[in-house]
Design a protein around this ligand. Structure first.
Ligand code: HEM
Length: 451
């Protein structure tokens, strides 16, 4: 029987709606804790429940089998919708905000540059960025892990994307602007009234101002290249060139892809690295084990992409950090044609929220889900990866996944081999669901040089 027949024949029940919430439904709770509110609700409802956001109902899912249906097996029925379109307000029609033929053509054009065997420049750029950062860590002064991680991630994306050095002051101001704008967009995701961008309400003014800053900054290098400046071996050159069979892209399209790669590649990795620094400081035995693993493989040199298979603990530490603290903690899709999920009817037009945080912290899937245990991915535990999706699954799986893994492993190993990070506070660190999942306060650490 076809799926359509099955749907028509079996009068499937509507999704149960999570009780509670007043006239505005669960809007307030979602705004306060967009990572943990759906995750907690999902645990009590077998991984699927409807949330009320004002007049709208969205379907939240927190089970890997359902996430696979939405993202992989029935991805055609669940294209990107409202949430990614909203991002498009700033980054334009790039790889992260589009679907269909436009998305497919761009993905094919860009995919070769992100293959694991093409990422030597990422390792080199990361090593240089981390070395420049840790050189300043010798006077015993405390560091703010988030700021340092941003500095590293900004330098790496500047170098790999555009072959430019983003200076610290400029990078910090720019990072703040991008983050403030993404935060405004987050609010726009769930707000009841969404003004078109030309209406000069405060949120739109902020979004438009950041878009202009981003476009001016990236446009300078783009215009130099389009005017015939030499093309170094970087992502911008690969984007302009395309594959032999690709048509040339107009400036506006190139700018959109540049904005996309910049925004998608900067804040996510900066957040992941912030948490890694925090975890290293809280788990000195893991830092020591990483040093022991790295010494015979690297002999003091920086890791290259081909070294990763021989550094399983480093890979497991990165995976476990992103299981506990997935930088992208929710993903949205819109149901394009009536469907069934988990035995419930999903009406056409329903926004489906995949709670990555909920899946990563589900006690039915993980032993002691709140604990940092990289060993769960080693040896026989490797199978646990089937429930891990920090980079999503399916056709929209992050194009930068190998890039980010490599950047994080190179940064991690550089740091553990040179410094010990001591926490300055021992109280637990809380979580804030912003554009990415960030700590609720600055994480202050004291770097102690290692011999
Ligand atoms: C730890 C770091 C990262 C995490 C956790 C992450 C996570 C994700 C996730 C969950 C998606 C799917 C979003 C959706 O479909 O709605 C995605 C897509 C994407 N990411 Fe990443 N990402 C990371 C790093 C990067 C880097 C370094 C780049 C590029 C330099 C990048 C570029 C992209 C692009 C272009 C897409 C859209 C892919 C497509 O739809 O074809 N990301 N990422």
């Amino acid at each position: 029987m076809t799926r359509a027949r099955a749907l028509a024949d079996a009068a499937l029940p509507d999704l149960p709606v999570l009780p509670g919430g007043g006239v505005l439904g669960h809007l307030r709770a979602m705004a306060a804790a967009p990572h943990s509110f759906p995750a907690t609700a999902l645990q009590a409802h077998d991984g699927i429940v409807a949330l009320r956001l004002g007049p709208r109902r969205i379907a939240a899912i927190g089970r890997p089998d359902l996430a696979r249906e939405v993202l992989v097996t029935r991805a055609d029925r669940y294209p990107r919708g409202r949430i990614n379109r909203n991002l498009g307000a700033v980054i334009g029609d790039g790889l992260l905000a589009t679907e269909g033929d436009l998305w497919r053509a761009r993905r094919r054009r860009m995919q070769p540059s992100f293959r694991a065997d093409r990422l030597g420049p990422v390792a080199a750029a990361t090593e240089a960025a981390v070395a420049a950062t840790t050189r300043r860590w010798t006077d015993g002064a405390p560091i703010d892990a988030g700021r340092e991680a941003q500095r590293i991630a900004m330098r790496v994306i500047g170098r790999v994307l555009l072959s430019i050095d983003i200076a610290d002051g400029q990078g910090g101001a720019f990072a703040d602007a991008v983050q403030a704008c993404l935060a405004q967009l987050m609010r726009r995701n769930w707000s009841l009234v969404r003004w078109p961008l030309w209406v000069p309400v405060p949120v739109n003014r902020a979004v438009n101002a950041t878009r202009r800053t981003l476009e001016e900054f990236l446009g300078i290098e783009l215009d130099r290249r389009l005017a015939g400046a030499p093309q170094p071996d970087d992502l911008l050159a690969a984007l302009i060139r395309g594959r032999p069979e690709d048509p040339p892209l107009p400036r506006a399209a190139l700018l959109n892809e540049l904005k996309t790669l910049f925004a998608a590649g900067f804040e996510t990795t900066a957040t992941a690295l912030t948490w890694l620094l925090h975890l290293l400081a809280r788990h000195p035995a893991v830092a020591e084990a990483l040093r022991e693993e790295a010494a015979p493989v690297l002999g003091g040199r920086a890791p290259l992409p081909g070294d990763l298979p021989r550094l399983p603990l480093a890979a497991a530490v990165v995976e476990e950090a992103m299981r506990l603290y997935p930088p992208v903690y929710n993903m949205g899709r819109d149901c394009a044609a009536e469907d069934a999920l988990g035995g419930y009817r999903i009406p056409r037009g329903t926004t489906v929220l995949v709670s990555i945080f909920g899946i990563h912290r589900n006690p039915a899937l993980w032993d002691a889900p709140e604990e940092f245990r990289p060993g769960r991915f080693l040896g026989a535990g490797a199978a646990a990866r089937r429930n891990l999706l920090p980079y999503a699954w399916g056709r929209h799986q992050c194009i930068g996944n190998h890039f980010a893994d490599l950047e994080l492993v190179v940064a991690l190993l550089h740091i553990v081999q040179r410094v010990r990070l001591d926490p300055l506070e021992t109280a637990p660190v809380g979580l804030r669901g912003r554009t990415t999942l960030v700590p609720d306060r600055p994480i202050r650490l004291r770097p102690v040089p290692q011999r």
